[in-house]
Design a protein around this ligand. Structure first.
Ligand SMILES: *Cc1c(COP(=O)(O)O)cnc(C)c1O
Length: 430
């Protein structure tokens, strides 16, 4: 891990100002390719005999800075950035898995991830058993001989349950499979899954890390501590036909996975991040700490206000003393619990749709982690494709409204919700 404190590393890690003519900002290298010194240099680069840039699908100097910075902030040995959070996940999975393999996953998942596991990966012969993550032993109970990884979100979206990361990583370690954690909602400022035993961390950079709602992006970060030589991962211990007989585990040691994610994952699946989006993400990352502190304090204040509101049936925010995840929040997220709140109005499903419809500051859209406040009614939108049982398993109740609390003034946010609550009680017709 970087020896610098978080906010310092977020501003400086990975960028050497003595290179590139002293540019203080990280420049955008908007290029697809790089001129080789000569034929021998080209041959060496392609043969991985010397490091360097070949083609932007594989590596790029702007993306490089972002990768080094994210690895420093998460305490990993390396990172690969991708075109979206979803492609970070699919790239990591397809580098590790093949037809016939099995995943044990938490059932508290982002809607897109649930569909990937439940519908799309089975078409490739990769199946998933979903478990209630609140008991770490459930992962091992559901594990099969062909299980190759455990997966969960550190702070489930939209259930807002907090994982017992240490408990689940101990189960994964005993079963000799990597534990992959999607850490999008807490961000590396609030939580470092690797410090609690995770092997690989996934981010959607689209959310809090970029933070301004302008750019999609994703990242895979490798702790570099999983032992790929146990026999469960022959792709790491046998010569790779895709790389002229390279044996990843022997040649690359702790960097075997993250190297494979780049030289096979990006090469063959192609989900490279645009250098322009990397630049945008770097701008956001520089201010992550101050933003996430404000997101967290605003969300806690708003959750407390909602909890005391007579029209509100229930509120779920891990920072509330009433939350069943409060003890885990104190253990894993002591600096703040990020910006997502879910709640139900006493008016139920119909009220939920009205709230999502009528707020003015809270924008109705399918994203989280923007500096601007956002709102959605998952049951009728992001989780619409799931049946009732699946909705309940992922924590999507019919009346659930999800807020992504921005960094506006808290009084304006309360006033925006209050106006809608008042209108639900005594509708104003215009
Ligand atoms: C948004 C999100 C994703 C997917 O990321 P994209 O950048 O939209 O592809 C994955 N996991 C979580 C927790 C998310 O919130």
């Amino acid at each position: 891990m970087s020896t610098q404190q978080f906010s310092t590393a977020a501003l400086h890690a990975g960028h050497d100002v003595t290179k590139n003519g002293g540019t203080r900002a990280v420049p955008i290298y908007q290029t697809t390719s790089y001129v080789f010194n000569n034929a021998e240099h080209a041959a060496n680069l392609f043969g991985l005999a010397e490091p360097g840039y070949i083609y932007t699908r594989l590596n790029n100097p702007t993306n490089d800075v972002l990768e080094q910075r994210l690895a420093a902030l998460e305490g990993g040995i390396g990172a690969v950035v991708t075109a979206s959070g979803t492609s970070a996940l699919t790239t990591a999975l397809l580098v590790l898995l093949k037809a016939g393999d099995h995943i044990v996953s938490s059932n508290s998942l982002y809607g897109g991830t649930y569909n990937l596991f439940n519908v799309t990966l089975p078409r490739l012969g990769i199946t998933t058993t979903f478990v209630d993550p609140s008991d770490p032993a459930n992962f091992t109970k559901a594990a099969q001989e062909n299980t190759r990884l455990f997966f969960a979100e550190s702070l489930g979206n939209p259930k807002l349950d907090i994982l017992d990361l240490k408990g689940i990583s101990a189960e994964a370690q005993a079963f000799k499979v990597p534990f992959i954690v999607d850490n999008t909602v807490p961000t590396p400022y609030l939580l470092n899954p690797i410090a609690h035993g995770a092997d690989i961390v996934i981010h959607s950079l689209t959310k809090y890390i970029t933070g301004n709602g302008t750019s999609l992006g994703g990242a895979i970060i490798d702790a570099g501590k999983f032992d790929w030589s146990s026999g469960k991962f022959p792709e790491f211990t046998e010569p790779s036909a895709g790389y002229h007989g390279l044996v990843y585990h022997e040649a690359l040691g702790p960097a075997a996975f993250i190297a494979k994610a780049r030289i096979e994952g990006l090469r063959d699946f192609g989900a490279a991040l645009s250098p322009f989006n990397a630049f945008q993400t770097i701008q956001g990352l520089e201010t992550l700490q101050v933003r996430i502190e404000k997101h967290s304090s605003n969300a806690l204040a708003l959750a407390q206000w909602l909890e005391n509101h007579e029209d509100v049936a229930w509120v779920n925010y891990p920072g509330l003393a009433s939350s069943k995840y409060n003890a885990l929040a104190k253990e894993y997220l002591p600096k703040g619990q990020s910006g997502l709140i879910t709640f139900g109005h006493k008016g139920g499903y119909e009220a939920a749709k009205k709230i999502a419809d009528q707020t003015k500051l809270f924008s109705l859209l399918a994203n989280i982690g923007d500096t601007k406040s956002l709102i959605i009614h998952p049951a009728s939108t992001t989780h619409q494709q799931l049946n009732n049982e699946q909705q309940e398993a992922t924590g999507v109740f019919k009346d659930l409204v999800r807020l992504s609390v921005g960094i506006e003034d808290i009084e304006d946010l309360k006033a925006d919700l209050q106006a809608v609550f008042a209108n639900i009680k005594s509708p104003v017709t215009v």
